[in-house]
Design a protein around this ligand. Sequence first.
Ligand code: ACM
Length: 709
Amino acid sequence: MKILFHVFSILTLMTWLASSSNAQEHRHNLMPTPAEVRFQSEELAGKLTIRESFSTAVRGYNDRRLEAGIDRAMRRLEGRIGMELGRGLATDAETATLVIECREAGQGVPSLNEDESYSLEVSNGRATLKAATVIGALRGMETLLQLVESGRDGYYIPFVKIEDKPRFRWRGLLFDSSRHFQPLEVIKRNLDGMAAVKLNVFHWHLTDDQGFRIESKKYPKLTGLGSDGLFYTQDQAREIIAYAAERGIRVVPEFDLPGHATSWAVGYPELASAPGPYRIERQPGIFDPTLDPTREEVYQFLDAFFGEMAALFPDEYMHIGGDENEGRQWVRNPQIQAFMKERGIKNNHSLQAYFTTRLARILRNHKKKVMGWEEIMADDLSRDVVIHSWRGPESLAEAVKKGFSGVLSAGYYIDLSYPASNHYRVDPVAADKNLSPQEEARILGGEATMWGEYVGPETIDSRIWPRAAAIAERFWSPRSVDDVDDMYRRLAVVSVRLEEIGLTHEKNYRSLLRRMAGVKEIGPLETLVSVVEPVKQYNRGKQRSTTMLSPLTGFVDAARPDSEAARHFAALVAGFLADAPRFQTGREEMERTLVKWRDARPAIEAITGRSGLRDAEHLAAELFDLAQAALEALACLTESKTPDGPWAKVKTAILQQAAKPKPSAVEFAILPSVRQLVIAAIELPQLRGQSPLEWRKRVKTLAEGAQTQ
Ligand code: ACM
């Protein structure tokens, strides 16, 4: 018996060892990728089939938070697979399908030092999830849900061994409720999304020039006059904090000071550095109203206010903002200038440092640690302050070299509408900064920032997801997980799964298009919107004036960052051009795609007539020209034809026109690929008679050139 057992163990071991060399071959859909994951090799692959009898038992520590987490996971699973699974926990851990072994509760209010590690083994008819804390178990359950695959025989979890823990402790999403108020259910579904990809800090930007969003009982005019009635009561904030804590997410509130402070001054103009009166700001941008750092009454106000907030928000950190204070009110105020002279304060930066030091002292008295944007960094600031780097990685390196801890957001500004790949390539630990191990250890992690100038409840999800999942992987997974193509493959799966928790990023654009069109049949509009993206950076406001009161229901709102259609087309074009001088690879699919794009125009014109569709009409006309140009280029290349005399000039003009800023504030994401085809058609005939190698070299140069034009 004993010998038999050993033989069995050795066989099992060999199976897993065989698997480790093949680990990369099983294309999993996990995001973030675990620290260590080993599947069995394909030939040996076993699977745990999910049946109605699927049951879960908890061994060791258990509590209400864990049970609620298990229940949420099971309800999501049964919704996905359409099979009713039992309620409640199994009493017999020996026979349960999933056994969760948890050592202890962990922290009720999650902290920076929470142990989030877990291990998961699926083998021989059961799954075992082990974790030190409940939060670790919750992280492991998200992995388990992501492991579920389907095949001819139904749903199953492949046999696997996972040892997982995060690379960084601080993995955040900044959520701006000031520029546009977001209702509680929007926040809750985004917290669920965060938990699904193991993000653990909800950075709640609650005050800014455009609105003061948190109730103060001591200073009711803050929201009374500074919020249009759109704010969170303290009970609602507690509800969000509890909802987040249930999912192992910290809530770090931000009260942006001394700049970005218009909404404070609407109700309490005496706080500001000029007399006022003040009104809630409706424009995006940087504004003058700034707290007066020279008056004791201001600190008394802040002491009382932060005392109230310290009691409300349990996290040990509070974010005090500190960014983009241009000090214009300070320069114009003789009393402030006299104060500076008297104390030898040489410039605005030093005056802000004086303010920050005093505010940090107030917060310390209320038992809170301070976090602030990089502008607050100053030599005499206490080193327990966390510096939040946003203008570039240099400030993060400087901060940790000076002994501060730091969090990186530069490179993770998802509101700028760049593709996920751009963010994915940014590492919190920049390779070129020569940090010592101690300095590197002071980099706590990063945060994606969802600034709210141009997002409402209907569109915010599509600006966060799925791209934030790729950033979550950067923060959680080993640095070596960096294959962009594989990230996009998994991101497409994760994006659909994120819908099961109520996120609207994949679906709301259709509802916006229907509203615009006033009809149900919006197929051609979907085609059009799939090839454009919102303009990058903060150019939207430059191309069409948009205030905080403007409706967010236009074509640009239906457009989404990181066009999948454009990415797919770019890959087709790359394959096609690499097939020079034959030009056959992917040709038929490209032709079909281009014909669909071209022919969207008459269908769109058939449903125009309402004002919202004027953008679409113009864009459809441009898309017609682009698609036609690409089809002609394709024909030239495949038939080895030289384009007619004026063709190059005419098509180049079309490309230039399509690249121009548009009032619709979108851009053609397919433009670089179309440009590649057109330039190839213009230039490649000169290569006739040359070797295929010469062709390919030229194609490569062309492709690189076309991307950067
Ligand atoms: C910032 O983006 N002003 C922090």
